[in-house]
Design a protein around this ligand. Structure first.
Ligand SMILES: [Mg+2]
Length: 301
């Protein structure tokens, strides 16, 4: 794991290398005939994941507390490069080894079968295709004209998840409490799921704000037809604009952590400082990429 900030950043080619590695692993996972050693490579047992995650958070804290001299405050003044840190939730604040992600995917397929009438064999393929094209199954179904409310979808997909598999994480809580900057959660999940997961972890009071599905889709309940308002989710730049506006942060002085390469790329476009946290997903080894924005910071307000 390497950490850097300010002028000490990974190059674009480094970022692309990690992206390609992620893509390769996902291709392996989607291919049932892929050699098993490719699926399990660098996939340590849970205690090792846990130790690495805490190490990762610890390094983030070091990054947050890194100092620089200020001409107006004196050379000994400590000036953090960040005012706020924005965390993704699922597979970032808790590991994929809980099985929650796997259950979400299965529940989505059951929704397509039971509520939309698709066959078992069609549902799995459709879930993947709608995600690739529209960002989520809900977004795709509504764009295609299915009159499905977000509440109906989320209660079905998240309502039966095994939340007991998310355990209280005292060490994570203690580490989060040492971060003095503003801490915000930004998730595509609905508020009920987000709060249940954070409560199970025992860290819901560690965050100033939880930006979730309802925050970035405020007009959806008022729609008169399914395609009236597109469903916004990360990595949509419009979703980021609404989230950053709600958080009232300056992107260049905000650190954004997410396990999704696509979300990190979008965060870079928005001017955020980013950390790609490849901690638990797809059995990849721990990897963290820091990057500077590719564009000048955009003033949101
Ligand atoms: Mg995630």
């Amino acid at each position: 794991m390497r950490l850097s900030c300010g002028p000490r950043v990974y190059s674009a080619s480094k970022f692309e290398t990690v992206t390609q590695r992620s893509s390769h692993h996902q291709q392996c996972l989607s291919n049932p005939r892929a050699p098993r050693h490719l699926l399990s490579i660098n996939s340590p047992p849970f205690p090792v994941f846990k130790a690495r995650f805490l190490l990762f958070i610890s390094h983030t804290i070091l990054l947050l507390s890194s100092s620089s001299s200020s001409p107006t405050m004196g050379i000994n003044s400590l000036v953090s490069p960040f005012d706020a840190i924005i965390f993704d939730l699922d597979d970032t604040l808790y590991p994929s080894t809980t099985g929650i992600d796997r259950c979400v995917k299965r529940n989505i397929e059951l929704f397509l079968i039971e509520k939309c009438g698709f066959s078992e064999s069609k549902a799995a393929h459709l879930r993947v295709e709608l995600f690739k094209t529209y960002g989520s199954t809900l977004a795709g179904l509504r764009a295609l004209g299915y009159d499905i409310t977000a509440e109906e979808y989320h209660s079905f997909v998240h309502g039966r998840l095994p939340y007991d598999s998310i355990k209280p994480d005292v060490q994570l809580r203690n580490l989060l409490c040492t971060i003095k900057q503003r801490k915000i959660v930004f998730t595509n999940s609905d508020r009920i799921h987000a709060m249940r997961a954070l409560d199970r972890l025992g860290i819901s009071d560690c965050f100033e704000q939880v930006i979730c599905f309802e925050t970035i889709n405020p007009n959806l309940p008022n729609s008169t037809r399914p395609d009236e308002f597109p469903v916004l989710l990360k990595p949509s730049l419009d979703a980021f604009r609404i989230a950053l506006d709600a958080a009232n942060v300056e992107p260049r002085r905000t650190l954004f952590l997410d396990d999704s390469v696509r979300n990190i790329a979008a965060g870079r476009e928005m001017g955020l400082q980013t950390v790609l946290a490849l901690l638990f997903g797809y059995g990849m080894r721990l990897g963290v990429v820091h990057s500077q924005p590719t564009q000048p910071s955009k003033k949101l307000k």
